[in-house]
Design a protein around this ligand. Structure first.
Ligand code: BGC
Length: 760
């Protein structure tokens, strides 16, 4: 139903009905207005499966219906594949129709500011372009089934510590280029039915009552037509929230906040039009769902399980593979070591937790392979007490003995649930000590050691040089067991890429000194230099760079070309590259395009991701991959103009297999369509005036006077070095200082008149 049609329904509602519609009936349901045919609808968590609670209220967090657990967002993002995201979303949308769920609470697209953010597993990336693209594809998939997706948590909710009260202090450019950008394209392109505002404050104001955020940016600037819903319990002042652009409060408040709205309208302190607008947005979504309700939808969990397996395979990232140890062969004597082979960690904890009965493990998949044996090696709970410690030593010794006898040892390691969840941040970036010790000990006796990791965010790897292969599965969902074994034995060729940097150690991360902040606020002092933008600029070594991921085959990049070389930023530019599979097996490559501003007056990252495409190739096959670049590929956010701006000049296009493995480059020349309006003041320095060709005429006279003035000073000066110094000083001279340095030849009145002309 359009908002226009919804408006007509809202006109027939009483004040109480309208106020009532702006908050939930209970934890998961919205209220109905039966006399007008507006039905009660239900919502549930996402984003990697349905967490539909059978009881409206009071059910425990893990007490939900049986569902299918798809790879968590951290893993999905590693697919670098919009199609994967779409298909997972589509399957979940269908399940929602079958279960009569109108809105699925996801995807979460907050930026991974720190590797120890507790909820990183539920988010996509440290890069806003990748985040927004993945979110958009997920949303389109869910909504293709006429069920709403709810993008969350808007905005700057990048930690769990004090998540419900902390103020994220972020400057405007950083917000625009990084934190809001992770939402912007997804909102504009995929039009999610709902945007969930976050718990935290943004620069001192709660997101749930942030007018600039919810109305000026989201609804007015981005043209968002859907509804804004609170994160659960994120309301501070309900009436203020409504005025700021918050439409729906979840869960309900037992009628208390509805009453506040009614009273505010009656008292004339809240214009009823604001309430009508919010209701219109909510009604339009409820009715759209009702109109397209698919009562025949069938949720085939088996089929979705197969999809979960297929998608998990797309997400595996092969971090290291020395001497092509992987794939393993049927002829080798192999030992699987580690608890995660028996019980892999497939998802994160908290509101995204899905109740699946169909979790697969690697061990089940090798049951019939006599050449593969298993020892548990470690437990995921910490050993406390003498007996437990003795058992721990025993397990370690058994693992070492088994590794010695095998030809290959595969260690299934990872972060236990207690290390990573919604609700708290990680304390450090390490695996449990027992696992690090075990990997080290096994690697000492077995040169062919492989580590398979299960974790929602980066870990330090003190043993990285001692093992030959590392396979990162992230939290791969219920199909991870099949997917891992397929990758290990080469039935699947890994094709995932890291959607984030793995730093060498936590203290290398740019947010390190300002995470998670102090009691009331956290300052984003690293600004736009998040993730690879920082490591690149600082020329810092990392453990594994953004975009990295190996394959069992090899790819050649050739023939990079652009459809134009000099153009205005508003014109689209198409970049094409040919990729060839030069190995001997089928493989997929996620080709990445970064853009670099060759010279800039403002501080910019070395390069930024502006395109990616995954392509599948048979041995010897070649395909062209194209990227369409628009204005945002070149622009930065100009805080003076409060707008995006492209600085005229050369831009380098960098195409590669990771942010550190650039294979081909091209250069284009971009001219801004809209020139930046310069405002000159008495503090403007001569150098800035001289550099602007547009004011050459206007300042010709001033330049002549000041040049002659400084030339005569020059002649009196001694030596060449002094001449350079004088020239530099001239360029640094603010207009206001000219009257005194020119001994009155240039008057203040003359300068004021000049400024008037320049700024006209
Ligand atoms: C989480 C949301 C979730 C909601 C409902 C909140 O605590 O932050 O992501 O959708 O609960 O479970």
């Amino acid at each position: 139903m359009t908002r226009g049609e919804a408006k007509k329904l809202v006109e027939q509602m009483t004040l109480e009905e309208k106020a009532g519609l702006c908050s939930g009936k209970d934890f998961w349901r919205l209220k109905s207005v039966e006399r007008l045919g507006i039905p009660e609808v239900m919502v549930c968590d996402g984003p990697n499966g349905l967490r539909k609670q059978s009881e409206a209220e009071g059910a425990g967090i893990n007490d939900s219906i049986e569902a299918v657990c798809f790879p968590a967002s951290c893993a999905e993002a590693a697919s670098f594949d919009r199609n994967c995201m779409y298909r997972a979303g589509q399957a979940m949308g269908n399940a929602c129709q079958a279960e009569n769920i109108s809105l699925l609470l996801g995807p979460g697209t907050n930026i991974k500011r720190s590797p120890i953010g507790g909820r990183n597993f539920e988010y996509y990336s440290e890069d806003p372009y990748l985040s927004a693209q993945m979110a958009a594809a997920h949303i389109k998939g869910v909504q293709s089934k006429h069920v709403g997706a709810c993008i969350k948590h808007f905005a700057a909710n990048n930690q769990e510590s004090r998540r419900m009260s902390i103020s994220s202090e972020v400057d405007e450019r950083t917000l625009r280029e990084i934190y809001l950008a992770a939402f912007e394209d997804a909102v504009k392109e995929a039009k999610p039915w709902a945007v969930m505002c976050s718990y935290n404050r943004l620069n001192g104001i709660f997101a749930s009552e942030h007018h600039w955020l919810l109305t000026e940016v989201l609804k007015e600037e981005w043209g968002y037509e859907g509804m804004v819903v609170t994160d659960w319990g994120a309301v501070n002042d309900r009436v203020k929230g409504l005025e700021a652009g918050l439409d729906l409060e979840m869960p309900g408040s037992g009628g208390a906040t509805d009453q506040q709205i009614v009273e505010a309208v009656r008292a004339g302190t809240l214009p009823e039009a604001i309430l009508d607008e919010a209701c219109g947005r909510i009604v339009s979504r409820i009715m759209t769902y009702a109109e397209h309700r698919d009562r025949d939808a069938v949720w085939d969990r088996e089929k979705d399980h197969e999809l979960a397996v297929e998608l998990a395979k797309e997400c595996m990232v092969l971090l290291k593979n020395d001497e092509s140890l992987l794939p393993l062969s049927d002829q080798q004597k192999i030992v699987f070591i580690g608890k995660f082979a028996e019980k892999p960690r497939i998802q994160g904890g908290g509101s995204s937790h899905v109740n699946t009965k169909h979790q697969t493990c690697a061990l089940d998949q090798v049951k019939t392979m006599e050449h593969v044996t298993y020892v548990s090696g470690f437990d995921t709970t910490e050993a406390v007490g003498e007996d437990a410690l003795r058992l721990e030593r025993q397990r370690m010794n058994d693992a070492i003995a088994a590794a010695k006898q095998a030809e290959v040892a595969v260690i299934f390691a990872g972060l236990p649930d207690s290390y990573e969840s919604e609700g708290f941040d990680r304390k450090h970036m390490r695996l449990p000590d027992i696992q690090n010790r075990l990997i080290q000990a096994v690697a000492e006796v077995q040169p062919n050691t492989v580590v398979v990791l299960h974790n929602g965010s980066p870990v330090e790897m003190p043993w990285v040089h001692d093992v030959k292969a590392i396979l990162e599965t992230y939290l791969g969902g219920e199909g991870v067991g099949e997917a891992v074994v397929d990758c290990l034995f080469g039935n699947t060729n890994p094709s995932g890429k890291l959607p984030e940097t793995f730093p060498l150690k936590l203290s290398d991360n740019p947010s390190y000194l300002n995470f998670p902040g102090e009691t009331s606020k956290v300052e984003y002092k690293e600004g736009i230099f998040v993730g690879y933008r920082y490591y690149d600029k600082k020329e810092m070594p990392v453990l594994f760079p953004f975009g990295h991921g190996l394959s069992y085959t090899t790819f050649a990049y050739s023939d990079l070309r652009v459809d134009k070389r000099k153009f205005q930023d508003e014109e689209p530019c198409t970049v094409t590259v040919t990729i060839t599979n030069t190995g001997d097996r089928f493989g997929k490559e996620a080709v990445q395009l970064y853009v670099q501003d060759v010279e800039s007056k403002v501080l910019r990252p070395i390069k930024e991701l502006k395109g990616f495409e995954k392509v599948g190739l048979m041995p010897g096959e070649s395909k062209d991959v194209s990227f369409d670049l628009g204005k945002r590929a070149w622009a930065y956010y100009d805080v003076e103009a409060h707008d995006w701006y492209t600085e005229e000049g050369e831009f380098r296009l960098l195409v590669g297999a990771s942010s550190q493995d650039i294979r081909l480059t091209e250069t284009v020349y971009v001219v801004p369509y809209k020139k930046k309006k310069q405002i000159y003041t008495m503090s403007t320095i001569l150098g800035d005036l001289y550099e602007n060709p547009d004011v050459k005429q206007e300042i010709a006279e001033l330049k002549k006077i000041s040049d002659s003035m400084f030339e005569s000073a020059n002649q009196e000066a001694l030596g060449e070095g002094m001449a350079d110094m004088m020239e530099a000083q001239t360029r640094e001279m603010p207009l206001k200082s000219l009257p005194s340095f020119s001994n009155g030849v240039i008057s203040r009145a003359y300068l004021e008149e000049l400024l008037n002309r320049l700024n006209r």
